[in-house]
Design a binder for this molecule. Structure first.
Ligand code: HEC
Ligand code: HEC
Ligand code: HEC
Ligand code: HEC
Length: 370
């Protein structure tokens, strides 16, 4: 949850939507002259209606003129890189750019989004994919088989790291490698989001192992794994409610240098390990995320600047509703990876996984343009 809270609070701070660069006052635009340029230079890619002729080409109609102009200036100066647009803008003067921007701004937005992409959220897709894991990891990721870890409530970054460890052979477990082979990186992110918001079941005390003795030993672990084994760090696994045999096996794998960990269990006897496992197994587990992180929820923060009716003459903020999906994905990745420079948008997109970016793009592209 922490990362998303961080995003939310960053958004609050930025909610004043301050203008990124001071544009000079616009000279009066000649829409007819702009149309002449568009019809010869831009139509092949952006179409006669400005809606874009192929996926990946942004739709320009009814975007704020200020934003279009700022984009063209950014291509001309090389601040935004795109070979075709660099060439085109290089032989345009300031008036040409003002005119063509005014022309596209004056066109109507697309009536209906071109394609409504699948409406499934990442969470629902994760739930679908997770069906393949139920036979071993249990319903909702609550394992009932000794030695098999529960996945319910697990921290999402740790979950992703663990799956990568199987896929690369760092954790050499053939059944897991087979189960994960064939899943894409985004499938795994979806699984991580799904499991993070499942409610973990509490475990019974195991027969071997003394939870009270384990509690004393666990004093060295709480700094990272959280009080009672509920981790608050997305990259550190929760241990609370975990299957005790799995916990003990994992600890022994670290002790035997089969798995690697800051804490080597070299000084721990089998009995110590059984006690620690018993202690964590009976702690009250909690889901890493209170509720599924949905694109719809996140988009409310984006709409502070991008929402309909927010466009104001001194705010060069593009409209996202009805924009081309592939283009949105490209743009958000470019901000996140700092390939397209906008301090505001870089901060905004930095914590997003490809999955969340795809979901946001799906959401915005399928919304009506106004
Ligand atoms: C060869 C195809 C092509 C041609 C011709 C073309 N564009 Fe584009 N345009 C694109 C693509 C692709 C992008 C997205 C580039 C990126 O990722 O920054 C784009 C982006 C833009 C953007 C930024 C939109 C946004 O939402 O940030 C503007 C503005 C624009 N084009 C205006 C024009 C104008 C005006 C012309 C004619 C003078 C033109 N383009 C000609 C393909 C083209
Ligand atoms: C045939 C049984 C089986 C199936 C099916 C299976 N797993 Fe596992 N999984 C295991 C076992 C056994 C382990 C413990 C391996 C170890 O000791 O590292 C494990 C471990 C894991 C872990 C590491 C948990 C941790 O706390 O470190 C993750 C993550 C995981 N599985 C995800 C999945 C996902 C996702 C699927 C479905 C796509 C899946 N597994 C399907 C048997 C299975
Ligand atoms: C410095 C921080 C830190 C401390 C202290 C720490 N851990 Fe960990 N622990 C981690 C991290 C990070 C991982 C994930 C490592 C990996 O990917 O294998 C982990 C993994 C584990 C796992 C594997 C969980 C799983 O689902 O596979 C167990 C079990 C574990 N720790 C037990 C303990 C115990 C018991 C202690 C105290 C004796 C302890 N740890 C102390 C950071 C810590
Ligand atoms: C504080 C105001 C603000 C917030 C909040 C904000 N943005 Fe932006 N966004 C901007 C500005 C300003 C630009 C134009 C930057 C540029 O020129 O590259 C922009 C540009 C974009 C673009 C590029 C559009 C295009 O046509 O090229 C996308 C995509 C985008 N934002 C998505 C988002 C998403 C998704 C969120 C929420 C997670 C969000 N923004 C939140 C101000 C904001």
């Amino acid at each position: 949850m922490m990362k998303w809270c961080f995003v939310a609070s960053t958004l609050m701070l930025l909610a004043s939507c301050s203008r990124e660069a001071n544009q000079p006052p616009e000279p009066a635009a000649d829409i007819g002259a702009g149309k002449a340029i568009a019809d010869t230079e831009c139509i092949d890619c952006h179409g006669a209606d400005g809606h874009g002729v192929a996926p990946g080409i942004p739709q320009l109609s009814a975007q704020p003129a200020d934003y279009l102009l700022a984009s063209l200036q950014a291509y001309q100066s090389g601040e935004r890189t795109h070979a075709a647009l660099r060439d085109l803008t290089n032989h345009m003067n300031d008036a040409d750019m003002v005119n063509v921007s005014a022309y596209y701004a004056s066109l109507s937005p697309p009536e209906q989004p071109a394609t409504i992409h699948d409406k499934m959220t990442s969470y629902e897709e994760g739930e679908q994919i997770a069906k393949a894991c139920v036979s071993c990891h249990g319903e909702s990721g609550n394992s009932v088989i000794a030695g098999i870890p529960s996945l319910a409530g697990q921290q999402p970054l740790y979950f992703i790291a663990a799956t990568q460890a199987y896929l690369t052979g760092i954790r050499d477990i053939e059944t897991m490698e087979k189960s994960l082979r064939g899943l894409s990186r985004t499938d795994i992110e979806k699984l991580a989001l799904y499991y993070a918001s499942q409610v973990p079941d509490a475990h019974q005390a195991p027969e071997n192992g003394d939870p009270e003795a384990g509690m004393v030993l666990s004093a060295q672990c709480g700094g990272c794994h959280g009080g009672g084994g509920v981790s608050h760090d997305a990259a550190t696994p929760s241990l609370a409610g975990q299957d005790p045999l799995y916990l003990a096996n994992a600890a022994k794998a670290y002790r035997g240098h089969v798995r690697h960990h800051d804490v080597m269990f070299a000084d721990k006897s089998d009995e110590d390990i059984a006690n620690i496992a018993a202690y964590y197994a009976i702690q009250q587990p909690r889901a890493a995320e209170d509720e599924p992180i949905s694109a719809a929820k996140l988009s409310r923060s984006c709409d502070r600047c991008h929402g309909p009716g927010i466009d104001s003459p001194n705010l060069a903020t593009p409209r996202l509703n009805g924009q081309d999906r592939d283009y949105l994905i490209m743009a958000l990745r470019a901000y996140r990876d700092d390939k397209r420079h906008s301090t505001t948008m870089h901060k905004m997109s930095l914590p997003y996984s490809d999955t969340m970016i795809e979901s946001l793009a799906t959401l915005y592209s399928s919304r009506e343009a106004r």
